[in-house]
Ligand binder design. Structure first.
Ligand code: PLP
Length: 356
């Protein structure tokens, strides 16, 4: 039996992506070669890379608007330093919103490059909400935020409008909801949540903001070099890029980001509805900032932990324990998780209520 996979990432992907990937590992495009052994310079793979790059932009409504999509290595974590390397001027400064562990990881790397202003932080409250009402210094070279805090289960609902480049780590909610993506100048996301297997990072860059830092940037860390090389400056992660393309095609066939957003809203409403209704549970994040991707919740009485854990495991659920810094549970409801899986979890929560 296939599990109801609530893992925070790597995580569930559409079933057809597994099937088509398996076929491509055996015989890619009827070439008699596996996707694992073809050259990244082969016509067939160049076509994969080109389509993945253009489809990513198309799904976000960014085609023909001065943006380039890249599939890079090093995870979202490498972008923590590529962003300041490419955007922060010598002697300049950058502004960061500290909304969680990953945001704070980005801040740590930016400090290697220059003055890093933390405009607001919710660290003191264990990142249980998105800080609001902050001011961004007008002379910052860019503003960086994290749209969805995977560990704490909070999500930014409204982004500031600023007169400077806005950079957003969308690792855990890219392609999950409709936003005006033209607000952002750099969007980056590790593939391993809504896009594909681990091993590649989608980086979307508005070209006009590059080349202004005055820094000499090592080639592998230079966005302009990657753009010039059409995302083939070095050997790309061939298989993760291919599987990402399959996921993006699946999303397009589903009706795109607007269609999946409706499903994501329905899943989140179902689970949060039960968390709020069931007297045994409580949500971990501020209600107005709750993430539609990662729902964090706790048992009001930890005496029920053993019973609940036994029940959800018996129902075929996996990946539910919360991150150690929050405890409790985290239900990651990425794009590919069917609402039926959410219903299974809700039924277990109801059954616990009846039992205790
Ligand atoms: N940013 C966010 C929001 C994340 O959730 C993660 C990983 O879960 C990262 C960054 C780090 O990504 P990577 O492991 O690809 O470096």
């Amino acid at each position: 039996m296939k599990k109801h996979n609530y893992s925070a990432g790597p995580c569930i992907l559409p079933q057809e992506v597994f099937e088509k990937s398996a076929q491509a590992i055996l015989n890619f495009n009827d070439s008699g070669l596996s996707i694992l052994e073809i050259s990244h310079r082969s016509k067939d793979f160049v076509a994969v890379m080109d389509e993945a790059r253009s489809l990513a932009l198309e799904l976000l409504g960014l085609e023909g608007k001065g943006y380039q999509a890249l599939f890079l290595a090093g995870g979202a974590s490498l972008e923590f330093l590529m962003v300041p390397y490419n955007l922060m001027k010598e002697g300049g400064k950058a502004a960061y919103l500290d909304s969680g562990t990953w945001a704070s990881g980005a801040i740590k790397e930016a400090k290697f490059f220059g003055e890093t202003v933390v405009v607001a932080s919710s660290k003191e409250e264990n990142y249980n909400h998105i800080p609001k009402g902050y001011t961004v210094p007008a002379d910052a070279d860019y503003f960086h935020c994290t749209s969805n805090n995977t560990i704490f289960g909070t999500q930014i609902k409204e982004f500031p409008s600023l007169d400077m480049p806005i950079v957003c780590d969308m690792s855990s909610d890219i392609f999950s909801r409709v936003l005006d993506f033209t607000k952002f100048d750099i969007i980056y996301a590790g593939a391993q949540k809504n896009m594909g297997p681990a091993g590649t990072t989608l980086v979307i860059v508005k070209e006009e903001i590059l080349g202004k830092s005055g820094r000499t940037i090592p080639s592998i860390l230079d966005y302009e070099k990657h753009i010039k090389a059409e995302s083939m400056y070095n050997t790309p992660a061939v298989f993760p890029v291919y599987a990402s393309l399959l996921t993006l095609q699946w999303l397009k066939n589903l009706g795109g980001v607007a269609a999946v957003e409706k499903l994501n809203n329905a899943k989140a409403a179902l689970l949060y509805g039960e968390i709020d209704r069931n007297p045994l549970f409580k949500g971990a994040a501020a209600v107005e900032d709750r993430s539609n991707m990662n729902a964090t919740f706790l048992l009001n009485d930890t005496a029920h932990t053993e019973a609940f854990d036994t029940m959800w495991k018996a129902a075929g659920i996996s990946g539910l324990p919360g991150h150690r810094s929050v405890g409790g549970y985290r239900a990651s409801m990425y794009n590919a998780l069917p609402i039926e899986s959410v219903q299974v979890l809700v039924d277990v929560m109801k059954a616990l209520e009846t039992k205790v």
